[in-house]
Design a protein around this ligand. Structure first.
Ligand code: ZN
Length: 927
């Protein structure tokens, strides 16, 4: 049966390709002809399309006119370079043909009536339901979709393939692959399968069984273009040098697929695209041989100490071009391989690099110097990075103007796009100084579609496609998800053998991040970058946990990868994947100079006070942006130390800066700081020397800005083991006791009180605490406090208090089951379990009344209070782990019935914990 398909106006526009007859359009036409799909075209869509198609005709004419000269090198004609007028007409005709084909397609579509849809549309509009969530004037869009759905219901069809680029209004919140529930709920009998772009949707239709010549769609050979003709009288090496010089005159970084399919790297007529990690392929044998020779020369002259000498200067430069664009290997016809030598590291000291090393003290002072530099994207980025957005905006405006007059269209586009991004972002970064606020509001109005048209040229179109509204991140995210799911499958299958997926993943990750960073695109504060990094994290950890026999899996974290994770991931996601893949510690390979991220965090913490003073004395309009990045790096770095194998000296170096920082900082807020600090302490306390550990312990009692309870718990184990003590100074004690020793609050902070009692060396403080506890128990008995303080040895148990405690618990048990967030198979409550624990400890019998109340609560308690008389057919081994303290264990040990039951369970159970518990309970003792 034919699939019902609806394409909205924007999708129709997308179907027109300026460079070729769009293969996806051709596919849809074929399907419609063969009746594999049934297209719908309500009158409103027809009207909108007619309007657009006229614009489209004009647009094409304009493109052709604007780029007449550039077209000489275009792949539009499949022949280069001489273009006669006749051929120009042929190209124009091809573009016309697409519009015409679409016209016909619309004519052959089903035309539903719109009456009912209009009523439904007004209902949705009034209620602010999708598609009226973001755009309020979605009337036409709504009528188009609703009338199609009404028609399908009439014909009892149950499925619609709906294509619309407007995912903000149509897609489900946070899940752009699904239609919004407002819409699906209104038409429950039709399943709406939603796509935000043509490629995805057509591939899906092919996947569900529509006939295609898939090869024709995906792996068709493409013409090798010749956008930048080079002087072919030069030798191959010289030709490559000239080509790269021209290609990168207007952009600093390109993914390999966007610059390698070009003369002289490719000399054949066509090519087939494929991703080989960190590799470019050439079919030019002479070029390959000449590069092999030249780079061998280079290595030799380096070895003989002639670095930087004139005669290898070009080789050095060419090598940097390639290495900077993530080329490590060159292959000839997918066979012979040339590994590129390393390029010499130049230790760049510009403001951006200095900032990235964490040395904010220097990078801010380099700004004065940067001011004298000629206007460039980088210069704008430098000021943006340092919280001077006003300056960045005025530089970008100048850059976009001069790029326009110098025909540097990519630079022009990026400058405009950055202005738009800053305009949008400025709403979330409060203004710190009164600069004209309408400057930023204006920027939000920049219409990138117009800029795109202006910038188009055959040599740039593919690059612009990536840049347009940041699409490179969408594309890369899709590709990343595909690679990651392959990696996960091989993790599940526990395949062994060779897999290239991990290195493809790394290649894609760096290509995408470098495309953003090195072209100075200001998207780093947008969540798209976090999400992309998150996909990568998922894949990286999955690959790390792969079968050891799988060659090609990732084996360690390196400084370059860590630097990106720390800059662009969210700390909670790092932890999420660490826990999901049950990763204890990842092998970490440091750069030659040592751990870059450790050096960076130290520099940043050192700069903290400097920044505070600087921002007080001088005017920066967006310091909140600087702080937001600062925060992210500190929090992520602390979190990452729980992920990689750290060394004692590194932890000590970080701690020495972190301790004074924690005493004064007020930029990282509670939860974030508490979590990251507790990860840092939990994983690294063992490595710390006593003196530093003691300082952290001390801080955990009196520090500000984090949850002391959590921090205490994260180091108390190691602190006890190392027999550490603290001694609060008089003033600190006064502050502490005025905050903690308050009868009304005692239950909430009893854990901290017990910890101080445990660690303090000051006997006066100890006795004050005991005094306080006893008084508060006398005045206002509280079972929780009593339990904690007896178990920690602060208070001597008395029968009077035991009875009070039991009465409290009886009351609690008689209230019945407490509501809980997660229903579990059987019910128990910590309060009750603690009371039972104390009873075991004191060897004190539980009263009959309480026993009866407990038996009413759950089978579990019925068993626990009558461990020998219980009917073991109803026994659940999970009960054993509910509150497994040493006193519970002792109690279990004395029960022969339980012993017999566990022994018989072990035979049936696959849970190895049970056997281990059995040994622990019954075998150890008899030894
Ligand atoms: Zn630099």
């Amino acid at each position: 049966m034919a699939k019902s398909v609806l394409l909205d106006t924007n999708i129709l526009r997308q179907l027109i390709s300026p460079t070729e007859f769009n293969p996806y359009l051709r596919q849809i036409i074929e399907w419609q002809k063969e009746e594999h799909v049934r297209l719908y075209c309500p009158p409103t869509l027809k009207r909108e399309w007619k309007k657009h198609s006229e614009i489209e005709f004009k647009r094409i004419r304009q493109i052709l006119k604007n780029h007449e000269s550039a077209l000489k090198a275009s792949n539009l004609f499949e022949v280069t370079p001489d273009v006669t007028d006749v051929k120009l007409n042929a190209a124009e005709k091809r573009l016309w043909a697409q519009v015409e084909a679409l016209d016909q397609l619309m004519e052959s579509a089903v035309t539903p009536s719109e009456e009912e849809a209009v009523i439904r549309m007004w209902e949705h509009r009034a209620a602010g339901k999708a598609p009226f969530r973001v755009k309020e004037n979605s009337e036409n869009d709504a009528v188009i979709l609703f009338s199609t759905l009404e028609q399908l219901i009439k014909k009892q069809e149950s499925e619609l393939y709906f294509f619309s680029t407007n995912h903000k209004d149509y897609a489900a919140l946070g899940n752009e692959e699904f239609i919004h529930a407002d819409i699906s709920d209104a038409f429950p009998s039709v399943k709406i399968i939603y796509f935000r772009d043509v490629v995805q949707g057509v591939n899906k239709l092919a996947e569900v069984g529509l006939p295609t010549n898939k090869k024709k769609l995906d792996t068709s050979k493409m013409r090798v273009p010749n956008f930048f003709p080079v002087d072919q009288t030069k030798n191959e090496f010289g030709q490559l040098y000239e080509y790269l010089d021209k290609r990168f005159a207007d952009i600093d970084f390109l993914p390999k697929s966007l610059f390698t399919y070009h003369y002289p790297i490719m000399i054949g007529a066509d090519y087939q695209e494929r991703r080989e990690a960190f590799t470019i392929n050439t079919d030019n044998q002479i070029l390959f041989e000449s590069l092999s020779e030249k780079f061998a020369d280079l290595v030799e002259s380096r070895a003989s100490g002639k670095t930087g000498s004139e005669h290898v200067k070009m080789e050095d430069e060419l090598l940097s071009y390639l290495r900077n664009n993530l080329v490590r290997t060159i292959r000839y016809n997918h066979r012979e391989t040339l590994q590129l030598p390393l390029s010499i590291d130049t230790n760049c000291t510009c403001a951006v690099c200095t900032y990235n090393k964490g040395n904010l003290y220097s990078s801010f002072s380099l700004l004065e110097q940067a001011r004298d530099e000629p206007e460039s994207l980088k210069k704008a980025y430098t000021f943006y990075l340092h919280g001077m957005w006003g300056e960045a905006v005025s530089i970008l405006k100048k850059v976009s103007e001069s790029a326009e007059s110098n025909h540097k269209w990519l630079t022009h586009y990026i400058a405009k796009y950055n202005l738009l991004l800053l305009g949008r972002l400025s709403r979330f970064r409060p203004l710190d100084e009164a600069i004209e606020s309408n400057v930023f509001a204006e920027l939000r109005e920049i219409e990138m579609d117009g800029v795109l048209e202006e910038c188009k040229s055959p040599s740039n179109n593919k690059i612009l496609e990536m840049l347009h509204y940041g699409k490179f991140l969408d594309h890369a995210s899709e590709e990343m998800q595909a690679i990651v799911s392959k990696i996960k499958n091989s993790q599940i299958d526990q395949d062994s053998g060779w897999s290239e997926d991990a290195s493809k993943m790394l290649d894609l990750f760096f290509e995408t991040i470098y495309f953003m960073e090195r072209n100075y695109i200001m998207v780093d504060e947008y969540s798209d970058v976090n999400r992309f990094t998150e996909y990568f994290l998922d894949g990286f950890f999955a690959s790390y946990q792969c079968n050891e026999n799988l060659s090609g899996k990732v084996g360690h974290l390196s400084d370059p990868i860590l630097a990106k994770i720390i800059s662009y991931a969210n700390a909670d996601k790092i932890i999420k994947y660490k826990e999901r893949y049950d990763i204890k510690k990842i092998k970490y390979v440091r750069d030659n100079v040592g751990s870059t991220f450790v050096i960076k965090i130290i520099e940043m913490l050192k700069s903290y006070e400097f920044l505070i003073d600087l921002f007080k004395s001088k005017r920066y309009d967006r310091i909140s942006s600087v702080w937001s990045k600062f925060r992210r790096i500190v929090v992520n770095t602390l979190t990452v130390t729980s992920l990689v194998e750290m060394q004692a000296d590194e932890i000590e170096a970080i701690s020495r800066e972190l301790l004074p920082f924690l005493k004064i900082q007020n930029h990282i807020k509670g939860l974030e700081l508490t979590n990251s600090l507790s990860y840092f302490l939990k994983s690294n306390a063992e490595l710390m020397n006593k003196e530093i550990l003691r300082e952290f312990l001390h801080l955990a009692f009196i520090g500000q800005g984090f949850d002391r309870d959590t921090i205490l718990k994260s180091i108390s184990g190691v602190a006890k083991k190392k027999k550490l003590t603290v001694c609060l100074k008089d003033l600190e004690w006064q502050l502490w006791s005025s905050e903690y020793l308050i009868v009304e609050n005692a239950e909430e902070v009893i854990v901290e009180i017990c910890y101080l009692y445990l660690f303090t060396t000051n006997n006066l403080h100890k006795s004050s605490i005991i005094d306080f506890i006893e008084k508060s128990l006398e005045a206002n008995f509280n079972g929780r406090i009593y339990y904690m303080t007896v178990m920690d040895g602060l208070v001597q148990p008395t029968e009077k208090f035991n009875e009070k405690y039991e009465t409290e618990i009886l009351q609690f048990a008689l209230e019945g089951r407490q509501p809980r967030i997660f229903e579990t198979k059987s019910y128990n409550h910590r309060y009750i379990d603690e009371f039972i624990n104390l009873s075991f400890y004191l060897d004190r019998p539980i009263s009959t009344a309480l026993k009866a109340a407990l038996a009413n609560l759950d089978q579990y308690y019925m068993w626990l209070i009558d461990i020998d008389g219980f009917n073991y057919e109803k026994f659940d081994p999970d009960w054993l782990y509910k509150h497994l303290t040493i006193y519970y264990k002792k109690y279990f040990r004395n029960s022969d019935s339980l012993k017999r039951k566990i022994r018989s369970e072990i035979m049936k159970s696959t849970d190895f914990r049970l056997a281990r518990l059995y040994l622990d309970l019954y075998e150890k003792e008899s030894q």
